[in-house]
Design a protein around this ligand. Structure first.
Ligand code: ZN
Length: 67
C-alpha cells in the first residue's frame, strides 16, 4: 500500500519546527547549529531557546548584514 496521504505527525513536526528553519542539531558536538539568513554567520547553542536568544541578539546588536 502506498501512502499518498500526508503523514499527520510529519506535518505536525514540520509546522512545529517551521520557526527553526535552518537550525540543525549537531549530534557530535551536542549543540544546535544555525547559519543565519541575514549574513551567514554560524551560531551555536545548547538548546533551541538559547539559540533564539543568540539569534535575536545577533540580528539586533551584532549583525553586519553581510557587509
Ligand atoms: Zn547577521
Amino acid at each position: 500500500m502506498i501512502y499518498d496521504i500526508p503523514d499527520p505527525f510529519e506535518t505536525f513536526v514540520a509546522n512545529k519546527y517551521a520557526n527553526f528553519k535552518g537550525m540543525r542539531y549537531d549530534f557530535f558536538a551536542k549543540e544546535w547549529y544555525l547559519k543565519t539568513a541575514c549574513c551567514g554567520e554560524e551560531l551555536y547553542a545548547p538548546n533551541k531557546k538559547i539559540m533564539n536568544k543568540i539569534r535575536l541578539y545577533h540580528t539586533r546588536n551584532e549583525c553586519l548584514g553581510g557587509y
